[in-house]
Design a protein around this ligand. Sequence first.
Ligand code: ADP
Length: 334
Amino acid sequence: GRLVGADADGEDQAVEAALRPKDLGEFVGQERVREQLDLVLKAARQRGATADHVLLSGAPGLGKTTLSMIIAAEMGAPIRITSGPAIQHAGDLAAILSSLTEGEVLFLDEIHRMSRPAEEMLYMAMEDFRVDVIVGKGPGATAIPLELPPFTLVGATTRAGLLPPPLRDRFGFTGHMEFYAPAELERVIHRSAGLLDVVIEAEGAGEIAGRSRGTPRIANRLLRRVRDYAQVKADGVITREIAARALAVYDVDGRGLDRLDRAVLTALLKLFGGGPVGLSTLAVAVGEERETVEEVAEPFLVREGLLARTPRGRIATPAAWTHLGLTPPQQGGA
Ligand code: ADP
């Protein structure tokens, strides 16, 4: 996988369980969501009720799965984890829903990618704790109503706007997860280093945090790579110097750009004078697919204020020239 990619790879999945905060108090940052969720859960507990359905929106790696586990833990309930793409047919969903126990938390990742019939079944399940299971086909088909125990759905999506309004409206609470500030990522890194038994200096954590793209998953991954380097090339202690050298080896620069990000930016600046240039032309210049440039490299470059998408094409911002240490061509001169 890509070292600065936000989706979980195999190694992440193996290690992340050990690094997950277990309760709201351990969960770093996201003050608003944490405070709101704390109220929702406390109130439900006081009433002895099942918590309202919760929608969590935000980029991959920001802690949505972790929060859903914390919700279950705080409610003293078991949790079932699945995802929209895993639910192809309404029957798949019916099977999951009918096997839930009272108060159980159902975490549905990428809920916007569920099939339409499953989505419609979910409306009724969320609202009335009931589903209609269709038996048979054609004119002879019958709907058999099935009562469900009350449960808490925790849906996760990259953007709440991707959900059809009727689905969005059935959540009692929506939490918007933001990218993390460097100081928050430093806390994530110190916490993980402790759990992994790695000695890290404050500046070492700062160096990794600055390259982690606001994303705890990436921070934890970079920490593991820097730990390898510190162990093999030094005495195991992560200093600022060691972190910077390690991440240079892995092609992650001071702002968290990797080789692909820099290739896109370099082509835009050096070959096209900073643009505007069309996406296809830019993609050919870096030898990548359009989709790779548009979906993998650009979102972060845009977020960082290094590249802008305009109706006339891609343009570099002044910050892009500075970041790559290049001088923009003279504007409006002879
Ligand atoms: P998502 O479901 O949004 O893709 P995850 O919940 O799987 O993200 O989190 C990815 C990794 O980042 C996990 O290992 C988790 O331990 C860590 N993490 C995420 N958010 C936090 C946080 N607020 N504090 C500490 N660690 C976090």
